[in-house]
Design a protein around this ligand. Structure first.
Ligand SMILES: [Zn+2]
Length: 467
């Protein structure tokens, strides 16, 4: 462990704490200063941004072009601000990664799991990495778990154990600071995870939403017997029913968090549980529609544009994340100056496309499925779109329940959306298959992405509002 890093994170926490009490004006003044510094640095040191923002150096943020992951990866070597960084060498470094090693001795490398086929690679220098660690520590603290040197907390994390994954990398740096800690691979059998958690008795439990729901069911069934002080979910959509079960299992101590490999924690819940506060002092977040126009509170956006204020090695300015989130219309009583998101409904890739009855195609939002599936007495579910229609997986079915009724409800919901109803099939399985990263997405399409994309482009049909 690097004690200097731990001390730096604690110092950074002390610096950030007063910001919870800032006024909105103070926050906006800080954002303006930090954005000016970021852009100045990018224009001085990144050949990519010199071109990309040419003629726009003084333009307001919302007039700047949007940066996609594909662009970032394609222009990687020109976008970074250190000319010693070459993507090919970064990739070699990643494939040999086992612990807390740094690329060129100074960069922590993280990568997205690449579920959409194009992994993104992100480098952090020491100051940037401290900000990432601090964002996670702040998310814990908003959940009532204060992190310092004298209060070490017995933690259990059930997640991906891939070495380049951010949760693994954060842990590798913070290891003995967080100690004692156990990490369990989400891909292990549930019985093993339950057995190890019972033996460990963590004070803090961290897991993906799908895994936490399974563990809550295990607790409710009496097989898992732990009493954590706080339970943190992240990285997946947390549905109402999953939240209800977790609260039933352990009480009102569930804190959802929204994090991205690009920046660390982006938003986290405070103890008023009104939604997640965006960490707007670290990242400027725009909730926008398909055409990058701002979307008002109360309406789901199609994606987010993030500007990571502390990014210097790999400046991220209006970088696109394809998560559909909704800003809350009512403020949280905590008085934080940070805007609140009250719902995340998944990624654009979770929107399924069906041939329409009246027109070319209709787009069905994840919520159409989750509000039906979520009420079932099951520990896990997944809706898979395939060439032949829809396959619905159910795991851990409890008690009597008719597949026929579910089929009828699903068909009706699709018909109401204007879709030509496809073949729908229910399949009961021992467990929902997990991705390489250990996640269990609720909605999945096995149709090729390019065909879906061309559908969307051809039809010009607006994404249908689900609620
Ligand atoms: Zn709050």
């Amino acid at each position: 462990m690097d004690i200097q890093i731990v001390l730096s994170v604690l110092a950074e926490m002390r610096r950030l704490r007063p910001r919870d009490h800032w006024t909105r004006q103070q926050l906006e003044a800080h954002q303006a200063d930090a954005l000016r510094d970021l852009r100045g640095y990018a224009y001085a040191h990144s050949p990519f941004y010199q071109q990309f923002h040419q003629g726009l150096y003084n333009a307001p943020l919302h007039e700047l072009p949007v940066l996609t992951k594909e662009m970032l990866m394609e222009h990687f070597n020109e976008l970074v601000t250190d000319r010693a960084i070459r993507l090919e060498e970064v990739k070699t470094h990643m494939s040999n990664l086992t612990g807390d090693e740094r690329f060129l001795g100074r960069y922590w490398v993280n990568a997205t799991s690449g579920s959409s086929g194009h992994p993104g690679v992100f480098l952090f220098n020491r100051a940037e990495w401290i900000t990432v660690l601090t964002s996670f520590a702040r998310a814990c603290e908003w959940g009532g778990v204060r992190v310092d040197l004298t209060h070490r907390i017995k933690t259990a994390t059930v997640a991906s154990t891939a070495a380049f994954h951010m949760s693994t990398r954060v842990n590798a740096t913070a290891h003995s600071w967080w100690m004692p800690e156990i990490r369990l691979a989400a891909s292990e059998p549930v019985e093993i995870i339950v057995e190890r958690l019972n033996a460990w008795q963590p004070e803090v439990l961290i897991a993906y939403a799908s895994m936490m729901r399974i563990l809550a069911d295990e607790q409710l069934a009496g097989r898992l017997q732990i009493r954590p002080r706080a339970v943190f979910t992240s990285s997946e959509v947390l549905t109402e029913e999953t939240r209800r079960r977790i609260v039933q299992a352990w009480g009102e101590r569930l804190f959802n968090q929204y994090a991205a490999t690009e920046s660390g924690s982006l938003a986290a819940e405070c103890d008023h549980h009104r939604g997640m506060h965006l960490m707007e002092d670290l990242v400027i977040i725009e909730v926008v529609d398909q055409d990058n126009r701002p979307v008002p509170p109360g309406v789901y956006g199609d994606k987010l544009l993030i500007t990571v204020l502390g990014s210097r090695t790999q400046p991220l300015i209006r970088y696109e994340l394809d998560d559909s989130v909704r800003l809350a219309t009512t403020p949280c009583p905590s008085g934080h100056p940070f805007a609140l998101i009250d719902a995340i409904q998944g990624r654009v890739e979770d929107v399924l496309t069906f041939p329409g009855v009246a027109e070319g195609v209709v787009h069905v939002h994840p919520l159409v499925f989750s509000r039906i599936m979520d009420t079932l007495p099951v520990s896990g579910w997944q809706v898979i779109q395939e060439a032949g229609g829809l396959r619905v997986l159910l795991s851990g079915v409890r008690g009597e329940f008719e597949d026929g009724t579910l089929l009828g409800t699903l068909r009706q919901a699709l018909a109401e959306q204007g879709a030509k109803v496809p073949r729908v099939e229910v399949q009961r399985v021992a467990s929902i298959p997990k991705t390489a990263a250990g996640k269990a997405p609720l909605i999945k399409s096995n149709l090729s992405h390019s065909s879906l994309l061309s559908d969307t482009l051809d039809s010009g049909v607006r994404v249908q509002e689900a609620l």
